[in-house]
Design a protein around this ligand. Structure first.
Ligand SMILES: [Ca+2]
Ligand SMILES: [Ca+2]
Ligand SMILES: [Ca+2]
Length: 145
């Protein structure tokens, strides 16, 4: 078990358990596979019970069950309001996350991750305006036995 010498690890753990732990199905029916291998592909919310969908999330996955896209319809009008697109390495580590914050089909932000051979994250870089220049970078150092 590796220990990360940074307080940032706590925040990272939360983010990873929310987004990447596809083996656990949370109470709200989060994306990913359940115990039977079923993949959640659509979540619709009728917040006021009037029979009209108020918001909607649609998910796609690769053949390994990694989420490829999350398209969010904030007002249930059928038009995507924001979306996220993911890529992975052959070990299932998340390599990039692209954000289309306004649903116009153009990427607005890109996150890039690197890992060591054991899958420990080494860097987390943010390019907030997708100009190819890193705007924020976290670097992680691990102490492994
Ligand atoms: Ca409703
Ligand atoms: Ca919409
Ligand atoms: Ca956009």
């Amino acid at each position: 078990m590796c220990r990360l010498h940074s307080f940032l690890f706590l925040a990272l753990l939360v983010a990873c358990s929310n987004e990447n732990d596809s083996s656990v199905k949370d109470d709200s029916g989060g994306p990913g596979a359940d115990a039977n291998g079923c993949l959640l592909i659509m979540k619709e919310r009728d917040e006021d019970g009037d029979g009209t969908v108020d918001s909607r999330d649609a998910y796609t996955y690769d053949s390994d069950g990694n989420m490829l896209t999350n398209k969010h319809d904030r007002d249930g009008d059928g038009a995507v309001d924001w979306s996220m697109t993911y890529t992975y390495d052959s070990d299932g580590n998340e390599l990039t996350v692209e954000w289309d914050n306004d649903g116009d089909g153009t990427v607005d932000q890109r996150d890039t991750h690197t890992y060591d051979a054991d899958g420990n994250m080494l860097t987390w870089e943010w390019d907030y305006d997708v100009d190819g220049t890193v705007d924020r970078r976290y670097t992680y150092t691990w102490d492994c036995p």
